[in-house]
Design a protein around this ligand. Sequence first.
Ligand SMILES: Cc1ncc(COP(=O)(O)O)c(C=O)c1O
Length: 437
Amino acid sequence: MVDTSPIMSTALLPVSSPARGRWIDHWLETLQDLEALRASHPMMDAVIEEVDGRMIRVGERWLADFASCNYLGFDLEREIIQAVPAFLEAWGTHPSWSRLLGSPVLYEQIEQRLTELVGSEDALVLPTITHIHASVIPVLASSGTIFLDARAHKTIYDGCQVARARGAAIRRFRFEDPGHLDELLAAERDRARLVCMDGVNSMTGNAPDLRAFAEVTRRHGALLYVDDAHGFGVIGERAPVESSPYGMRGNSIVRHFGESYEDIVLVAGFSKAYSSLLAFIACPTEVKNLLKVAAPPYLYSGPSPVASLATVLAGFDANERRGEELRAVLHRHSARLLAALRELDVRTPNRSGLPIVEIPLRNHTHIDHVGRLLFARGVYVTLAAYPLVPKAEVGFRVQLTAANTDEQLDRLIEAISDLAQRGELQSASEQRELEAA
Ligand SMILES: Cc1ncc(COP(=O)(O)O)c(C=O)c1O
């Protein structure tokens, strides 16, 4: 399913009045566009019957997959796959203790390697980022004020709603606008202040100006909480000699911007670039120890399967051995697609060169038709339909991975070129003129 924008959190509240009929009808009415797509579109809620590299088979059709978040291609990496059976032999398939009860030593090893990689004081891993937002944001916010990025990921919004139910207040600041955050922080007297935002944005593919946000947050004595689900594994520390402008080691947004972890908590996951079900919070040891008794997923949730712990550990080795080479391929694919869009005068919000490329449609009602054209040309993407995104942003999102081939990119670019010729895509130059007017 597509990453969701905050519109989901406000637009979809059902009105549960008995006079309005069955509760499910209100949901279905609000979500009718999306439900119609889900029920009939071959590129939604699809059953994938087979994979072959980055080709997938849906029914009888083989398609080039540009909807995967496996940015480094670790899902297909032979050495990672071959590492798994030994872990299963040693540990079985699943530990099934909650982490507070007991954790295989693999967790200690992962947290140590992670701490070394991202350069934080310490790190705590939990099954998913969704678990972390829902449980850690309420602890960090307490009954203070949360300053929330207006375009933050839906899972951050949901974590903030839990915090609000426990007494926190929420103020939204405008997307990519540290000046607005500054104003809101200056106007707020609450002493407990938490700023929550995305790192690399899951729809635009751009990173926020982390230095500016960190400066504002620290100046006001607040704590910055950043979700870099899409940056971890892709962007990293800068170096005089780099294999790509993404930087080195894939150690995420804080290191990419040369920032320290002072008053910054970094959250990210392994479910994208590392192709494993696990997530982490990089934080001081004192906070980690508090979360061990205050964050319900540490106390009560089932842990990640052993195969995922294994692929994380083997993924660290693969990242050390081949990460720079894979990031160079990822950058080359992304640069090629973005250059093609420029040549075709097709608009995308991507300014960063990162591998998330959203392409909005001229007419949001054409999403079904455009999706079918892409499917017919053997291209699989994420459809970003209303109300998952605002109507002006309805379109499709392409995600590139190091495992995509040049031939698959040829196919993608031909399909996009066809859509541009049919007038289905927004024009980059028209958009620039509108913005200048
Ligand atoms: C920015 C962001 N945060 C959180 C998540 C959810 O991550 P997880 O599957 O680890 O809960 C996603 C997944 O798409 C995401 O894009």
